[in-house]
Design a protein around this ligand. Structure first.
Ligand SMILES: [Fe+2]
Length: 651
């Protein structure tokens, strides 16, 4: 069974699974070089098909998904690419939602949304507002779309819903109502998709639109290896429209949607990042780094809850209420109120607002986890497992608090828990939940590898070595790991490029910059090399079996850099954040060359830890191709490039 997942929203991506196993994953931004890029192009889909050794006509089924409110730009793939929703003839799995619409006489078309088209219709001034600029900046074909030269089909934000979901329930209402037993039947399990037909290159493939958050849930749950699990999906979607995330439950091959939690933590976090001057593209990661500099002096437990709690308590939306509250306390506390510019992010008001928002975020998650844990226990489906997914699961300090403080004992977070993982989730949802294929542990383990990027031809690297030979010292070390460890011990900054690229937003040592963690100066030095703000922290990689000697307070297995740990040693100043924390990646032999490099570095220095950051320039995606890595090496102050086993060193 060959299934292709196509995600057309921001962080657009393609995933092909064969008999449940991921064989290739292509993140569009790595190919068109626009961070968080919207939409898919023919070349990207073709590259994924060719990597899987397949033609389009050999695909059995297609999952289609988009970001909330964003239409699918079919014309970007090509004039011969079309998606026709609602055709049920070739589809093996019925769609109760379509049947419901038909019996109610509601045309599906009336529910399809085209959010980008609305932005395209705005005048220049309004299109330049941060919330709109977010789209125009990450959509390279924007002007063409605006001029009406790219055709599209609307996306479906809502599928089957329970009456309670729209009843304005606060978090305590959700707790006291419990979980309707019907939610563990087919009511929503088979209600979060509709049939579509995807036509391209003269061939039609049956497929399904799958609900955005259900794809997030599937992406985490089916890879987790858990026999059953509570699942929380959460991102920056509109909580007042039930688009910010779901409580779900997975059992075997089945994924049950229990209902929306109406949390607005992702939206609050993003809005605060923009308020503090981090811009419309990716403010969340910077806010997370900044939060360690402050104290949560503005935190107030009255703000912990969901969007409906906020409306009831304050009569307004969660962010406006929260921001006003922070400003009021800052004024009473005689803070200098200046904030909002990049030069003001280290002002006391900025760092305390960041720390307070971080605490609000984590407390909100802890409450949600408690409510879900209790609801499942009362439904005789108690579980110690939790899958976290959606872009909000990139928040490492909050993830670690859930690990340390919630009732769940084991937590799995997918490496591309942001929208980049939706193509994975859509494909797995169809295979397991709709087609009822059981999940086996070997397949889940295969699917937990993040290294499913394209394999670039060896010829590309050969051309680089020829060119490099004329300007740099090029060699093929007998022991590449020992050579790299010596370079690091000599305090050189390395670029490590190896094999297939990693999924998700964080570099996991196939496209990484490495440095010696014992030299505090490397913090400023590598920020300088990468063109980042000097205050931004760096993460460590550590040999998994030695993690406990150096870090505390996070899972032993943290392979995707999604948990924060407390640093136990003073010997690692370059990767220890100002509050003594660190966002760790644990490494095993399966990770790749980095494992041996760490072992060799440990043998030389007694330290099984290195500084690791992504191999990219400022504001652009992680490099994908070997020639991009080489160009970045040439243009930067990186000392040495290890490229598929070869060493290129600046003389
Ligand atoms: Fe999302």
């Amino acid at each position: 069974m060959k299934i292709i997942g196509l995600h057309f929203g921001h962080d657009a991506s393609i995933t092909i699974i064969i008999d449940g196993k991921i064989v290739v994953h292509v993140l569009a931004e790595r190919h068109n070089r626009v961070k968080h890029s919207v939409g898919l192009r023919a070349a990207e889909i073709d590259a994924a098909l060719s990597a899987a050794g397949l033609e389009w006509r050999e695909i059995d089924c297609c999952a289609v998904v988009s970001t909330q409110d964003l239409e699918i730009m079919t014309g970007l793939v090509g004039d011969d690419f079309a998606i026709r929703p609602g055709d049920t003839k070739q589809h093996p799995v019925p769609s109760p939602f379509m049947q419901l619409l038909e019996s109610a006489g509601t045309p599906l078309e009336s529910l399809l949304v085209k959010g980008l088209q609305k932005v395209a219709e705005l005048d220049e001034e309004r299109a330049a507002l941060p919330e709109n600029q977010r789209w125009t900046k990450i959509f390279p074909e924007w002007q063409k779309f605006r001029a009406g030269r790219i055709s599209s089909v609307g996306w479906l934000n809502v599928f089957i819903a329970h009456d309670r979901w729209n009843a304005g329930r606060g978090m305590e209402d959700i707790r006291s109502d419990g979980i309707d037993p019907a939610m563990f039947g087919n009511a929503t399990r088979l209600g979060m998709h509709i049939p579509v037909t995807v036509s391209w290159k003269g061939h039609s493939v049956p497929g399904y639109f799958v609900d955005h958050h259900v794809c997030h849930a599937a992406s985490a749950y089916y890879r987790s290896g858990f026999e059953n699990s509570a699942i929380i999906t959460h991102d920056g979607g509109d909580a007042s429209r039930n688009l910010s995330g779901l409580f779900c439950y997975g059992q075997g091959s089945r994924l049950y949607t229990l209902g929306p939690h109406h949390l607005a933590l992702g939206g609050i976090y993003r809005a605060m990042g923009i308020k503090l001057g981090f811009g419309a593209i990716g403010p969340e990661g910077k806010l997370m780094g900044l939060s360690s500099y402050g104290q949560p002096r503005f935190f107030d437990s009255r703000f912990v809850g969901n969007v409906h709690d906020s409306q009831k308590r304050f009569g307004e939306g969660p962010f406006s209420a929260w921001y006003r509250h922070c400003l009021k306390l800052a004024e009473q506390g005689h803070y200098d109120l200046l904030h909002g510019e990049a030069s003001q992010v280290l002002n006391p008001i900025s760092v305390d607002m960041a720390a307070s928002t971080q605490k609000l975020f984590a407390e909100g998650y802890l409450l949600a986890a408690e409510v879900l844990h209790q609801g499942l226990a009362e439904s005789d489906r108690g579980t110690a497992n939790l899958c976290l997914t959606g872009g909000a699961a990139l928040n490492c300090p909050s993830n670690s608090r859930l690990y340390n403080e919630s009732a769940f004992r084991d937590i799995y977070i997918d490496p591309n828990c942001d929208d980049g993982g939706l193509s994975v989730g859509g494909a797995l949802f169809i295979f397991h939940n709709l087609m009822d294929h059981p999940v086996d542990l070997a397949t889940a383990k295969n699917n937990r590898s993040p290294f499913f990027g394209l394999q670039w031809p060896a010829g590309l690297s050969e051309e680089i070595f020829v060119d490099a030979g004329q300007r740099y010292a090029v060699s093929k070390p007998d022991n590449m790991a020992a050579s790299a460890a010596t370079d690091l011990d000599e305090n050189k900054v390395l670029a490590l490029y190896e094999g297939r690229s990693e999924m998700g937003p964080r570099a996991l040592c196939h496209r990484s910059v490495l440095a010696n963690p014992t030299d505090h100066g490397n913090w400023a030095r590598v920020n300088g090399i990468k063109g980042r703000e000097a205050w931004r922290p760096f993460a460590p990689v550590v040999i998994e079996e030695k993690r406990q000697d150096w870090f505390a307070g996070c899972p032993i297995h943290s392979p995707y850099m999604l948990f924060t740990a407390r640093v136990r040693s003073r010997r690692l100043p370059a990767i220890t954040h100002v509050d003594g924390s660190s966002r760790i990646q644990t490494v095993s032999a399966e990770t790749g060359a980095i494992y041996q490099i760490l072992r060799e570095f440990d043998a030389l220095t007694g330290i099984p830890v290195l500084m690791n950051t992504s191999l990219n320039g400022p504001g652009v995606p992680i490099v994908e191709r070997p020639d991009e890595a080489y160009e970045l090496f040439k243009d930067s102050a990186i000392d040495v490039l290890y490229l598929n086993g070869m060493r290129i060193g600046k003389k």
